[in-house]
Design a protein around this ligand. Sequence first.
Ligand code: SF4
Length: 691
Amino acid sequence: MTKTRSTCPYCGVGCGVLLSSEGQGGLTVKGDPEHPANRGRLCSKGSALAQTVGLEGRLLAPRIGGRAAGWDEALDHVADRFARTIARHGPDSVAFYASGQMLTEDYYVANKFMKGFLGTANIDTNSRLCMASTVAGHKRAFGTDTVPGTYDDLDEADLVVLVGSNLAWCHPILHRRVHDAKAKRGTKIVVVDPRVTATCDGADLHLPLRIGSDVALFNRLLAEIDHAGALDAGYLRQVEGAEATLAAARAASAEPTGLDAELIEQFCRLWIGHERVVTVFSQGVNQSSAGTDKVNAILNCHIATGRIGRPGMGPFSVTGQPNAMGGREVGGLANMLAAHMDLDNLAHRAAVGAFWDAPRLAKRPGLKAVEMFRAVADGRIKALWIMHTNPAVTLPEADAVRDAIASCDFTIVSDITAETDTARLADVLLPASAWAEKDGTVTNSDRTISRQRAALPPPGEARPDWWHITQVARRMGWRAAFDYQSPAEIFREHAALSGIAGGFGLDFDISGLADLNDEGYAAMEPTRWPVAARQGGRFFADGRSFRPGGRVAMVPVEWRAPEARRAPRFPFRLNTGRIRDQWHTMTRSGRAPRLSSHLAEPFVEIHPDDATRLGIAPDRLVELTSPTGTAILRATVTARVQPGTLFAPIHWTGETAPTGRIDALVAACVDPVSGQPESKAAVCAARPFEA
Ligand code: SF4
C-alpha cells in the first residue's frame, strides 16, 4: 500500500494527512503525526475524507451547451470566445472568479493570465468573502498582508481571546490546541460572540455582545489599557498614529456592545493582566461592513501594548479555506498584483511586467466579487470563468447572482461536480482534478506552505486547474509564457517572482525555494514563509513594518452600525455561519454519511421569546423573508441566540422545503475598504411556514 503525505482540503488550519491508496479508487486517510499544524490529529471532517472521493456526480468530460465535447473543441471554443469578447469590448469585459480551494500553482497561473496577458485585474476570489477585511487591516497597520504570529503562540499563551470565531466547529484542531494549553498551563479562554456557540463550552468568559459592535468593545479595551498605565511606551515610540488612536478610543462609548459594564471590566482586567495574550479572529470580524475597522481595533490593542510578534502573543487571523493565504500570496484578489506587491505601485508593476514579459499588464485594480457579479448582471462583463466555487449559492443576494450568471453571454465553469447550482448555468463545463488527485501547494493560516499530493489518478478526462488555464492561454497566442509541464515549474517561477518582492523590502519572499528541483519539490516539507535571507518566524516585535517609513501604525476607528437597517417589516438581525460537519455547499462533505448525520437539514435558531410571540413551535418550518430573498428552514428554538436575532447555516441549497439558500437573504452590503460582504448582519422577517 502506497502512503502519500498531503493536506486536508477543508479549513485554513491546513492539517497534514497520510493517504493510503487501496486501488480501485479507495483511500484511507489518517492524520500526519509529522505535520506541525495538527501533529497527527484530524477533526470530524478531515477523518471522513475517505468517504468523499467516490465518483458519484463527478464531471468526467468537457461539455459545451450541455453536450459532451473533446478537450480540444472545448478549449478552442473558450479561447476563441475570450479573444473575440476582448477584441470587441476590451479586456475589462472578461472576468475570472477563483476560489480558496485552488492550489497556489493554479492561482498563480490564473492571476498571470488575467493581469499579465488579458490585461485586466478582473480576477477575484471567494476568499473576498472570507478574509479581505483582514488583508486590508493588516495593510493599514503593517503595509503588507502579514500574519504576525504562528500556531505555536496558541500553545504558549496565557490568555486566548476568540472574537467572531466558533473555533470549536470551524477550526477544531486549533481549538484542541488551545484547550491543551489550558490543561497544561492554565491558559484562560474568552469568547466574544453574539451567540452561545460550542466554543463557549469550557471557556472562562463569554461576552455576548450585540452583532457588529466589536469596534466599540476593543476601543473600550484600548482606553482601559491606557487608563491602567499598560501602554508599552518603548514600543509606541516606533508606532505611527498612536495619539490619534488613543484619543478616539478614549472618546468612544461601549454602549453599542449592549454588555454589562462589569463584564467588560472583567474582560479588560483579564486582557491587561496577561502579557501573553493571543486574540484570534475570524468571520464574525471579517464579514462585516466595518470589518477592516474591527481588524484594526484588535490590532491597535496589541500594538499599544507591544504584545505582537513575541512568543505567546499577538493578533491572529484564522482563515476559512485551505488556501486563502496562498491566493493572497500570488495576488489572486482584484486589488493585488503578485507576491504582496501592489497594482497601483508603478515600480511593482514594472518589475512584475518585466518578469512575466507581459504584453499588457493591468493598470488598475479590477472588480471585487460583489462588484464583479453586478457587472455581470448589467452586461459589462460578457465572458466569465468560474473555478471551484458556487457563487449562485454563496454570494450575497444569491438569487440575483444566479440570474446574472444565467444572463451572461458566455460562462465557463471548471469544477469537479457537474450539478452545482452554478455549473448548471454554464455554457462550457471543464472537468477538474479533485483533492487527492492533484498536486501543488497550499498555505495555511500561520504562513506554512504544505504540499498537496496526488494519491489517486484523475478519473475520465479530468485535468488540473493550471492545465485548463495554460491550454487556453496557449491557444490565445502565449505559448512560451504558459509552457508549464508541471506544478513544480510553476512553483519555481512563483518563488523566483517573490524575490522581487523581497528586493522591494516586502514580507512575502520565498525565493529560497526557487531553485528546488523536481525531486526537492516532490519531497518538500511544510515550510513557513519567509524563506529567503530571513526565515519564517514572527513579525513586528521590533515595531518595524513594511509601510513607507518602516513603522507599525495604529489606526483610529469608530463604531458604526451594520449597514442593513432593521425596520418594522424586517425586525430580525440574521447571523450566518458554518456547522461542525459540513463544508461550503456540501459538494464534498455531503457525500460522507457520517457527516450528514450531525445536523441533517437546514435550520434557523430563534430565541424562545420570539418563537412564542410569533407562534413558531420547535422543529416546525419557518419562512424567512428579507428584501432580497426567502428561505424555509426548520426552527431550533434556543436561548443560544439573543432576542431579535437569528442564526442560520450557509451550506444548504435546494428547491423544496426546507430550503436553505440563506445567502439569498443577505443584502450585498460591503466594507468600504475591503469590499467584503456583511454576511453576519442581514435583516429579515420570520413567520411560521404554511405550505
Ligand atoms: Fe481539515 Fe480543518 Fe479539520 Fe484540520 S481542522 S482536519 S484542516 S477541517
